[in-house]
Structures are given as C-alpha cells and as structure tokens.
Design a binder for this molecule. Structure first.
Ligand SMILES: C[S@@+](CC[C@H](N)C(=O)[O-])C[C@H]1O[C@@H](n2cnc3c(N)ncnc32)[C@H](O)[C@@H]1O
Length: 235
C-alpha cells in the first residue's frame, strides 16, 4: 500500500483538481471541520499530500502531518512548506503525551491493520479535552463491493489511485462509535455523509450532488462515508 502511494504521489492531487473532485473532497473536509476545534494545533494521520491540513490552515489553524508513504510526504512538503510532515505509521506516534488539540484521519482509517492502536495513540497525544475526527468509507451493502472492485482493478493493472488489494477494512457507524468509546473517548458522535462521488461523470455527479443534502438528512443509509468524532475527557 505504501509502495502504491509512493508511485502515485505526484499525481494524487489531480483527481481532486477536477470540478467534481474539488467539490467531493471539500465536502468531506467540511463535515470534519464542523466537528473539530478551529485555529488550534492539529495532527493529521495519513495526511497524504496535505489536502486536509491546508483546509484546516485556511481557517487559521496549524498542523503536523504524518503518513506511511515517503512519496506522499515529499509531495506534501513541496505544496505546503509552512507545515511540518513526517514519515511514520499512525499506529505508533513519535509525539509526547498531550501535545495536540485535535487529531484527524481523512480517508486513511480503512488501511489500518490495528485501528485500536491508532485510537490509543491519538488519545495519548491529545490534550485533555482534545478531539479526534475520522472520515472513512462506511460498511454498507454498496461499499461491500468496493474490495472486490479494487481486487479486480489490481488484477487488470488499472493502476488507478487507491485501487488495489490493500486489505482495506470498513466499519459500520455502530462499530466506529464502539471503537472510539473503547479507546476512552467521550461524547462520541457519528454521521454519514457523501453521495456524489468524484468518479461519477457529469451530469450524474451534479444530480447526485443536488440530492446529497436530502440523502444525508433523510436516507443516511445511502451516504457512503462516515464521520466520527470523540473527545478526550477533561478541560
Ligand atoms: C486515500 S489517501 C488519503 C490522503 C489524505 N488524507 C487525503 O484526504 O487526501 C490514504 C493515505 O493514508 C496513508 N496511510 C495508509 N496507512 C497508513 C498508516 N498506517 N499510517 C500512516 N499513513 C497511512 C497512505 O500512505 C495514503 O497517503
């Protein structure tokens, strides 16, 4: 998986440079930003090229990014020199206890082999009262087909970003809330979001985008992403 992201690092942002891609990624980020404290010190796990960190920075915060792929970290450094980026795994963090006000993990949680370790580490490096936010594909009837499609994609050597047999794991809303609570987080909340996927073509994307608010509010089971947020007790 890290090899895959090393290979696609230089072109990763291109998929979000299209009008659909921009709208899609901004939408996910907005849901995360709604729940994280703004203008503080953020640690972004699986930061990739730093897309979420830049959004957080636009609102006045500062951020440190960590990613297992050296290529992605180098691409991030080139684009956001004002932030700091490290190569490493989200499952073992090189930071002191109580360092950050917020920790985020956008579209990277499904790759973790030991999500409990990541949550434990996030809990440790957060200050009392600090927040962890995770945005990830949720497990549902629709997304249960994704690993099959990815495996086929790898066999067919499609070489598309994120498409490969990486043993990704998806969780239901209830499972995510339980994992957060087991790690010690309190006030855990979760919501489903996203209906318009960047891989859809216009005008389908536009139609999906128009009905997205309705889906998220009235038929959340059809929204394929999950945003989960929890707080470290104290302060
Ligand atoms: C789909 S990309 C998402 C990147 C970025 N968060 C974004 O929103 O564009 C997934 C990223 O997670 C990283 N990743 C996967 N497993 C990881 C781990 N255990 N620790 C840190 N990063 C990891 C990959 O290298 C990749 O850059």
């Amino acid at each position: 998986m890290a090899d895959h992201y090393n290979q696609v690092a230089r072109v990763y942002d291109l998929r979000y440079d299209t009008s659909c891609g921009k709208v899609y990624h901004r939408h996910i980020c907005r849901h995360m930003l709604d729940w994280l404290p703004g203008g503080k010190l953020l640690l972004d796990l699986g930061c990739g090229t730093g897309l979420f960190m830049r959004r957080y920075g636009e609102l006045g915060g500062t951020a440190i990014g960590l990613d297992i792929s050296r290529g992605m970290v180098e691409a991030a450094r080139e684009q956001g020199r004002w932030f700091e980026y490290l190569v490493g795994t989200a499952e073992g963090l090189p930071f002191r206890d109580g360092t950050f006000d917020a920790v985020s993990c956008v579209l990277a949680f499904s790759y973790l082999e030991n999500p409990g370790w990541m949550l434990g580490e996030a809990f440790r490096v957060l200050k009392p009262g600090g927040f962890l936010g995770v945005s990830t594909l949720s497990r549902s009837v629709i997304t249960s087909l994704v690993p099959v499609i990815y495996r086929l994609g790898e066999k067919m050597e499609l070489g598309r970003i994120g498409v490969g047999d990486f043993g990704e794991r998806y969780y239901t809303q209830e499972e995510m809330v339980r994992i957060f609570s087991n790690a010690g987080f309190v006030d855990v909340k979760a919501k489903r979001c996203s209906f318009a996927h960047h891989s859809l073509k216009e005008p389908i994307f536009d139609i999906a985008r128009r009905v997205e608010p309705f889906i998220e509010k009235r038929v959340p089971g059809l929204a394929y992403n999950l945003v989960v947020c929890g707080r470290v007790p104290g302060d």
